[in-house]
Design a protein around this ligand. Structure first.
Ligand code: NAI
Length: 304
């Protein structure tokens, strides 16, 4: 079955999309990596190209080999989206916003070959919401493949199949993720946040609130909430810097929009104006100007 996936398209060249594309290329499979057209400069593919350059520079080891980088073609969704017709699996890893994801799928529906799998890397949005308004064929071809950050090192992938997902199409993707990308799969039900983020988003938000309430410094909170609580390496704030500070309110909004009214846990999470101010000023974590940690001090975080 896996022979059928000979070329992959990854849409969204941010923290996750670039990492997933690197893993596909490391497995020896060609990838088309698309992002939005660059807003400045002459090169409209500069966003995706910049992402590839970052994958080659990660410390302590590059996320992608130079040989693998030759397998990655870059482009932008305005000029190159029709090229999804060349691909056997399309991975969507764009911003965690239902409306933006849905509008991309509406375009993909008309451009991709029937039977080509489309999967979303969404952290929280139920599959049934993502495919609202899509054709029967698109719903057959659609599933969620939730990779964890960083895709280079995190071995787990949550897979969600919808009521209409074709088992053969999903099986082909699962087989590729398992055998070619070396991941371990867990099948999750189609619920908000699936398994890991239903727990994880709540836990992160509560921990940040508790640290602020108790007047802890970021370092103190991470010492308590790091290794002693089983968090890889350095703790909660370092993890948020790695994940992306800007993702936090998007995850919280997505969960509060999709969880049943009166959910006993998530209802207790209060908004964090500090996080909104950080995002507005570009402190989005490691991908931005730094986050809770300055960039030059954030050897912290990451995964074991
Ligand atoms: P990011 O903000 O690092 O990257 C998103 C990329 O998508 C950006 O480069 C942006 O320019 C691009 N983009 C936005 N709209 C687009 C469009 N219409 N077409 C093409 N590209 C577009 O986001 P990140 O963190 O990589 O998240 C991507 C997805 O993966 C989200 O659904 C998120 O919830 C999920 N996720 C994130 C994890 C993390 O630790 N950051 C972990 C697991 C899942």
């Amino acid at each position: 079955m896996t022979e059928a996936i000979k070329k992959v398209c990854v849409i969204g060249a941010g923290v996750m999309g670039a990492g997933i594309a690197a893993q596909v290329a490391n497995a020896g499979v060609p990838v088309l990596l698309l992002d939005i057209p660059a807003k400045q400069g002459d090169d409209r593919d500069a966003v995706a190209k910049g992402a590839v350059a970052k994958m080659l520079k990660t410390e302590p080891a590059p996320f992608m080999s130079k040989a693998a980088a030759k397998l990655v073609e870059t482009g932008n969704i305005d000029d190159h989206l029709a090229r999804v017709a060349e691909c056997d699996w399309i991975v969507e890893a764009i911003v965690e916003r239902l409306d933006i994801k849905q509008s991309l799928y509406a375009k993909l529906e008309t451009l991709k070959r029937p039977g080509t799998a489309v999967s979303s890397n969404t952290s929280t949005i139920p599959l049934e919401r993502l495919v609202e308004g899509r054709s029967e064929q698109f719903r057959h071809d659609f599933l969620i493949t939730h990779f964890f950050n960083p895709p280079r090192y995190m071995r787990l992938v949550e897979i969600v199949r919808g009521a209409d997902t074709d088992p053969g199409t999903a099986g082909k993707v699962e087989d590729f993720v398992d055998r070619f990308m070396g991941k371990r799969i867990v099948r999750a039900k189609d619920t908000p946040g699936f398994i890991a983020n239903r727990i994880g988003t709540y836990w992160l938000a509560v921990a940040v609130n508790a640290a602020i309430d108790q007047g802890l410094t970021v370092e103190e909170a991470d010492q308590i909430g790091g290794r002693p609580m089983g968090v890889p390496k350095t703790g909660i704030f370092a993890l948020i810097d790695l994940v992306g500070v800007d993702l936090m309110p998007l995850l919280a909004k997505s969960l509060s929009d999709t969880l049943p009214q009166g959910d006993p846990y998530f209802a207790t999470v209060r908004p964090l104006p500090l996080v909104d101010r950080m995002i507005a000023e570009g402190f989005t974590g490691r991908k931005g100007k730094g986050g809770f940690y300055r960039l030059d001090k954030s050897g912290a975080g990451g995964a074991d």
